[in-house]
Design a protein around this ligand. Structure first.
Ligand SMILES: Cc1cc2nc3c(=O)[nH]c(=O)nc-3n(C[C@H](O)[C@H](O)[C@H](O)COP(=O)(O)O)c2cc1C
Length: 184
């Protein structure tokens, strides 16, 4: 069994990126368990709050989910051609204390997918993730790309309705999981 933790970078109840992870779970197939994590409850990073109170409970809970997973599937929106602050903020908290980055992220398989309302399907957001992933020392899986554009037409009531994207998503998740399994 390959255990993948999907993290959506959007807090919206109607998020296309969260819906993309639900669809990924549906198409994953045998031998793949896909859990979906939330960023709700993670406060804005504040070094004073960290010094006074330590790591927030919501961040510790997400760290525990990450440790329990064989790989991470990040479903990223694109805001102003970059990584949404909510998602980057969560990563910043997860990277604290810096002495724990290696244990949490080092060599961990990570793949990126994303959905946007526009025509370019998070291409610039996904590119903006690359230096962050490099800094964390993860093992970025680049065996496929999934750029879901015009998400308003790809999803209906939170359900993926585009068959071509469904097939691309299945191939992506299965390819990522196969790569994780092959490294064991
Ligand atoms: C502040 C802001 C900036 C945005 N910038 C972009 C952008 O640069 N490129 C893009 O394709 N969509 C952009 N959008 C539209 C998002 O793709 C759209 O809101 C999408 O639904 C967000 O993902 P979600 O459905 O998972 O919340 C932006 C939306 C917001 C709120």
């Amino acid at each position: 069994m390959v255990r993948i933790l999907g993290i959506s970078g959007s807090l919206r109840a109607g998020s296309f990126n969260t819906a993309l992870l639900h669809a990924a779970r549906d198409v994953a197939g045998e031998g793949i368990e896909l859990e979906i994590a939330t960023l709700h409850g993670i406060p804005l990073y504040d070094g004073d709050a960290e010094a006074a109170d330590g790591i927030p409970a919501a961040v510790e809970a997400l760290k525990a989910q990450i440790r329990a997973a064989d790989g991470l599937l990040l479903s990223t929106p694109e805001y102003n051609n970059g990584i949404p602050g909510v998602f980057k903020n969560a990563i910043d908290w997860l990277s604290r204390p810096a002495s724990g980055i290696g244990e949490l992220f080092g060599g961990r398989p990570v793949a990126l997918i994303g959905a946007s309302a526009g025509g370019f399907g998070t291409v610039l957001s996904q590119a903006a993730w690359l230096p962050v992933l490099h800094t964390l020392g993860v093992d970025h899986w680049s065996g496929a790309r999934l750029l879901v554009s015009r998400a308003g037409q790809t999803f209906a009531d939170g359900v993926l309705v585009d068959e071509k994207v469904r097939q691309q998503l299945a191939a992506f998740v299965q390819g990522f999981a196969a790569d994780i399994a092959a490294r064991r």
